[in-house]
Design a protein around this ligand. Structure first.
Ligand code: PLP
Ligand code: COI
Length: 359
């Protein structure tokens, strides 16, 4: 399949101050879009000016949340190279999500090609400042005009892009996380391992309650025993217990994060002791009481590496590493962002260059 390119005739003013970008509310000049129906499969692929899209009020996605999405970033190096980080991983994960939500799969190579063309067209929108980047949101929605609660016959796939700064207002400053003991996010056999909007809608109540108490996000526990650590709202989680880095195993209830996978590869590459296993919150508490809870941090595309400075579980407030970033979190942040922004060599072959800008 090929795609057409229609350039905007009215380019927008680009942001001039990267420190004021915030997250996810400014959009570039162009977007990618294609359609799927039973007769034609994927067709009508195009890059076009960023715009609103007409949608029937009866579209399936609006009622039954048949939708999936992804999140990745484009970075600008000091030499002006614009590059992506493991984009094929995102499109492969999207296909896992599509399978679970009964949506048509995409061609990973075609989508990477289309994404590269889109990023190249809007390359000037990739922020220059270290730490700021172009957040990329591929997503797919069910568009059939039908209120029947069944899988749709029609779909649309999009890629939109947003120059963004840090996801958390404090940047690399440690975040405060609330261990959720009432609400639950996912259960085995459900949809916790895929990236679909319904998971996020279902988690907003807990997020709101946590925010009211001054916490950034919640740490989810398993839905049956309210005991085993899962993940945080928009990131996976890792704990340094003594000399071991422990992260919950991929048990079908948490998202297989690409940052998680990459951080584990970096840690193993550098010789750290790393374990993916079931982790009881009581073990974290025990380690805290024994002085063995050395560090805790989240990993995610938007959140990068986010140190956790405070973890509240029931009445216990655990202050971790003096509420300062710890050495392993710092090493991971420096390595991941170093590779992404081209400051250090990429021994893993993760970055995918798109184009080079002159300045
Ligand atoms: N878990 C959830 C629920 C997320 O929304 C995200 C963000 O995408 C992650 C984990 C981290 O995944 P990744 O590292 O692929 O961005
Ligand atoms: C990402 O990190 O890409 C995410 O999708 C998190 C999102 C919920 C903001």
């Amino acid at each position: 399949m090929e795609f057409t390119v229609e350039k905007t005739k009215t380019p927008k003013a680009r942001p001039t101050d990267d420190s004021k970008l915030g997250f996810g509310h400014i959009f570039t000049d162009h977007m990618f879009m294609m359609d799927w129906d039973q007769e034609n499969g994927w067709h009508d692929a195009k890059i076009l000016p960023f715009q609103d899209v007409p949608l029937s009020p009866a579209a399936n996605c609006l009622h039954y949340s048949q939708e999936v999405f992804e999140g990745l970033k484009a970075y600008r190096t000091a030499d002006g190279v614009v590059q992506l980080f493991r984009p094929e991983e995102n499109f492969k994960r999207m296909n896992t999500s599509c399978d679970r939500i009964c949506m048509p799969k995409i061609d990973v190579d075609f989508c990477v090609k289309a994404l590269k063309a889109l990023v190249e067209l809007d390359a000037e929108w990739v922020p220059k400042t270290y730490g700021a980047s172009l957040y990329i949101r591929p997503f797919m929605i069910a568009t059939e005009r039908n209120l029947g609660a069944h899988t749709s016959t029609d779909y649309k796939f999009f890629i939109i892009m947003s120059p963004s700064g840090a996801y958390y207002e404090g940047g690399l400053a440690p975040v405060k996380i609330y261990v959720e003991t009432n609400f639950v996010r996912a259960v085995r056999g459900g949809t916790g391992h895929v990236k679909t909007g319904g998971n996020y809608a279902a988690s907003m109540k807990a997020q709101e309650v946590a925010e009211e108490q001054g916490y950034s996000q919640v740490l989810w526990l398993d839905a049956i025993h309210h005991r085993y650590v899962g993940e945080v709202g928009a990131m996976n989680v890792m704990f340094v217990l003594g000399d071991e880095v422990v992260t919950p195993e991929l048990d079908g209830t948490i998202l297989p994060g690409i940052t998680r996978k990459s951080a584990l590869e970096v840690l193993r590459h550098k010789g750290y002791k790393v374990t993916e296993r079931q982790l009881d919150i009581e073990e974290v508490v025990e380690a805290y009481k024994n002085g063995q809870l050395k560090e805790a941090f989240g990993t995610g595309t938007a959140a990068v590496i986010s140190p956790i400075g405070e973890l509240k579980y029931k009445d216990l407030v655990m202050r971790i590493h003096d509420e300062k970033i710890g050495p392993i979190s710092q090493m991971l942040y420096d390595t991941m962002t170093g590779i992404q922004w081209g400051k250090i060599e990429d021994p893993f072959g993760w970055v995918v260059p798109v184009c080079k800008l002159d300045d």
